[in-house]
Every structure is written in C-alpha cells, then in structure tokens.
Design a protein around this ligand. Structure first.
Ligand code: PLP
Length: 456
C-alpha cells in the first residue's frame, strides 16, 4: 500500500515556530531549536508535517507495542466514547470496561496479584504503589515501616514520590527535597564491573542491601521498588541471580517488592510480565504505557489480594485519580491486549530482539562501542570514551548519534547519555529491523572519538 503524504494545513517550518512559541517540552536542552513535528503513523512508520517518512525505533517512549494506526483500536475507542465516555469510579461507582480489564489483567498476571488499582500513567502507578505499601504496614500495626529502597539509575517517574525513587541525578536538581525516607542502592550493571570493588556484582549488591537494612532497621522499611530491567537509566539487564537473591533478603525482613513494569510489561521483553521471569516474585506490579500501546493514557497497579483488602479496609483508600478506570482507556486496553495475544507479539518480541542484536553484533569490533545488550525488543549500545576504563562517551548536545540517525537516515532511536536505546513497536518487520540496524552500523562507522561524524 502506498502512503500518501499527510494532510496538514501548516508546513513543518510553521509548526516548529509555533511549537517553540507555545510548548514547554520535557527533557529538551535549551540549546536545541529544531523540532520534528509528526502528524501520522502506520505500523513502524511515521510521517512529519512535510511528508518525510521515519522508521520508529523507539515506539515513542517504549510503548506503541501494536504499532501505529490500528483501525481496530480506533473503532473500539470511538464505540466506547459513544456508549459511555466517562463516569467516575470513586465510591461505589464502576463501569463494565474497568471490571472486564481487571479480570483480564489478573488472568495474565502472576496468580497472587488479583487486585487492581487504576491510574493515568506510570508515575501515578508508582505513587500509588509507594503509598499502598506504606498504608498496608500502617493498617497492620507497623506505622513506622515507611522507608522505600530504590536504586541508582532507576526511573520511576516524576511525581514527588515516584520522582524521589528515580535514581537519575538530573531529575533531582532544583526542585527542593523529595519525599523523606527513600534510599538509593547501587545499580546492578554487569558492564560496569568497576562499580563493585573487585567483587562479583551480585555479592557486592546483596552485602550492600543487607547492610542498608541493618542500618535503617528492617522494621522501618516498607518496600523496595525496581524495574526488572532498567529502561531510561540505560537498558540495564541485571545479572540472573540478582533479583532472586534480593527477593530472598526482602522476604526474610517482611519488606514488600514493587516491580515497576511500566516499560517491560505487555510483551516487550518476551512475556506478559518480566518480573516473574526475573525472579522478583512481586507483591505489586506497576504498569502503564504498553497497556494501551499509548492510544490513550492508562496505568494500573496490580497487587496481592491481601494488600488490596487491607488498604481498601474500613477507612477506605484515600487516594485516587479522576481518570481511574476510564471506560475509553479500559476498552482500548482490552483491544490492545487482544491484539498482543492474537498476533503473538510477546513471542515475536523475543525472536525479533535476537535478530536485532545479531544485526548489531558487528559493532562489537568498534572500539567506541563497549557493550551491546538487551532483552526482547529492548536493545542498547553503550559507547565508551576509553575501552579500558569504560569511561562514558559524550555525544555533543543536539549533534549526537540519535540526531544524525533521525536527520540523515530517517530512523528514530533514543540517546540516554552514552547509551543508544532501541525499543521499536513489537510489530516491526524483519526487513525494518535490518534497516534499523544497517542505519545504525553505518552511522556508528562514521563516529570519530571526539564525538563528531565523518561526512557520508
Ligand atoms: N516507570 C518506568 C520504568 C518508566 O520508564 C516510566 C516512564 O518512562 C515511568 C515509570 C513513568 O511513567 P509516566 O511517564 O507515564 O508517568
């Protein structure tokens, strides 16, 4: 099928000017003035306002699992808007789609997670999980159990609770104090063995965890939160024994485990959920993003039956967002989940991820490429300034690898410091994977040690 260029009444230049005038963008360096204004998407293809076609190598922000432009989802959402676009689910109100989705989520989740709390996104899911963990202990007679253990390099969102749990420095500058009683542990980062004082990484990390629990006092700790595989911190896959050993320690001390699966759930790593595979045995799972493939905003916390019952106990859970159980979002999620199942997208993510990494493998010979890693359709290249010390490579602002790939190759990837991350829609074709990898191989081949690129 040939795609006609998108219909828009304004040119890319005009839109970029208006964007600069009106929009405050997240995470945009002030020195960058160009804009990439997108107007249409289909599968893994995107078009900007001037009709230039791009290959989507990031699924937006790790989430358009079923690809862009799915008619089935548009139909379901439109039907639901006509039927019942919105009513609250506070108090005793509810709606049929919120109930059906809860039923579906509990069928897919680990068996002990059978209560659902809806949110509008990932930060809200983690705010909810942190508050639920504290309230659970409070209601059970341990009100002092408030500490939350997190990790450096973690990304849990930008609310005051979720943002405090986030372990990336730039999210903490200039906002004053975060919430009290949050501790960041060392990241499990196999590529950076120098972080662990010559010890095997997991031994070091478990010793640190135990010492931290001893220092704070197990009786004061509510929960630990972690992504099974760190996403925005740099697509960091922990050693296989990390989560099972962390779990054992937490269990011994009655500390809850919150798995932040905002990026990893709904097929991206090859399963519906990554945390059971990782050995986390979560008491709660935070989700968002892939639950609707981003067609409309939705998030949720899946929790253990008894946690749900305790927090909803006599006094109720005094916490909730206007869009809790939004009927259009829940109907969309049901259709999205059906597509993921019908098209075996989780199994496909596993196979396609292997193909993508195999296609990227020749880059291992480039001294600036320190590591090629990932799981399923989460993949990353880590660049090093010095292969010996593994000192991070610095791409110049606005002129990095992702900029070059977008502007010259029309391929969208994401730069996270020295890491270049890929997380394409799970419907990406094998040919598109080859095109993505070939563009990256070519662009990396042009990279000079000073961060500039040779002309093509
Ligand atoms: N948790 C993880 C692991 C994420 O990657 C993100 C967003 O990228 C969030 C939480 C926050 O989600 P949101 O941006 O929907 O608030």
């Amino acid at each position: 099928m040939t795609m006609t260029s998108p219909q828009t009444t304004r040119s890319g230049t005009e839109l970029a000017e208006l964007d600069r005038k009106y929009l405050v963008h997240p995470n945009l360096h002030g020195a960058i003035s160009n804009r990439c204004v997108l107007v249409r998407g289909q599968g893994c293809r995107l078009w900007d306002a001037d009709g230039t076609e791009y290959l989507d190598g990031t699924a937006g922000l790790w989430l358009v699992e079923v690809g862009h432009g799915r008619e089935e989802i548009a139909e379901v959402a439109a039907r639901q808007m006509r039927e019942l676009a919105y009513f609250t689910s506070f108090w005793e109100f509810s709606n049929d789609k919120a109930i059906a989705l809860a039923e579906r989520l509990t069928e897919l989740a680990p068996a002990n997670l059978s209560k659902i709390f809806y949110t509008s996104g990932g930060s809200e899911s983690n705010e909810t999980a942190i508050k639920a963990a504290r309230l659970y202990h409070f209601r059970r007679g341990e009100p002092q159990r408030r500490w939350i253990l997190s990790r450096q390099f973690a990304y849990h969102g930008v609310g005051y609770g979720s943002g405090t749990a986030t372990g990336l420095d730039q999210y903490h500058h200039g906002f004053g104090e975060g919430i009290p009683e949050v501790e960041h542990l060392t990241v499990p980062y196999p590529f950076h063995e120098e972080f662990y004082n010559g010890q095997p990484a997991t031994d070091f990390l478990i010793a640190e965890l135990e010492a931290t629990i001893e220092r704070i006092g197990a009786e004061n700790i509510a929960a630990m939160i972690g992504e099974p595989i760190i996403g925005a911190g740099g697509v960091i896959v922990p050693p296989d024994d990390y989560w099972p050993r962390v779990r054992t320690v937490l269990k011994k001390h009655g500390i809850l485990m919150i798995a932040d699966e905002v990026v990893t759930a709904f097929g991206r790593t090859g399963s519906w959920f990554a945390s059971p595979d990782a050995g986390m045995e979560p008491d709660m799972i935070s989700v968002a993003k892939g639950i609707t493939s981003g067609y409309v905003p939705l998030g949720a916390v899946l929790m253990r039956e008894d946690i749900g019952e305790v927090i909803a106990g006599e006094d109720g859970f005094h916490h909730g967002f206007t869009y809790y159980g939004h009927p259009v979002a829940c109907a969309t999620a049901l259709e999205n989940i059906d597509i993921i199942e019908r098209e075996s997208l989780a199994t496909e993510a596993k196979r396609k991820g292997e193909l993508l990494r195999a296609e990227l493998a020749p880059l291992a010979d480039n001294p600036l490429v320190g590591d090629i890693r990932g799981r399923g359709l989460l993949a990353a290249l880590e660049f090093v300034a010095d292969p010996q010390t593994r000192a991070p490579f610095e791409f110049p602002v606005g002129e990095g690898l992702a900029d070059l790939l977008r502007d010259e190759y029309h391929v969208i990837v994401r730069e996270l410091g020295p890491v270049v991350a890929m997380s394409p829609p799970l419907v990406i074709t094998d040919d598109q994977i080859r095109r993505l990898a070939s563009a990256i191989r070519d662009a990396v081949g042009r990279l000079r040690p000073d961060g500039t690129f040779e002309a093509s």
